[in-house]
Design a protein around this ligand. Sequence first.
Ligand SMILES: [Zn+2]
Length: 78
Amino acid sequence: MRQCDRCGFLIFQHNAPCSRCAEEMRLAREALVPRRKPSVWRKVIKWLLVCLVVAVLAAAAVITWFLNTAGESFRSLG
Ligand SMILES: [Zn+2]
């Protein structure tokens, strides 16, 4: 019986690899590989959607304001 040099986990067979370190390495590799690109794209798409919504709201506000002022100036003219 010995202790793992890296995590201090007890290993019962003397020349067996540490199962805890092996599991940690496997989890770290799984976490690194698939995640990189989709998160960036999701962030970009989210910001694009937010910008689109803001632009639509601003356009609606400008159109409403324009119609109001145009209607008022027509009314004052005629
Ligand atoms: Zn270990």
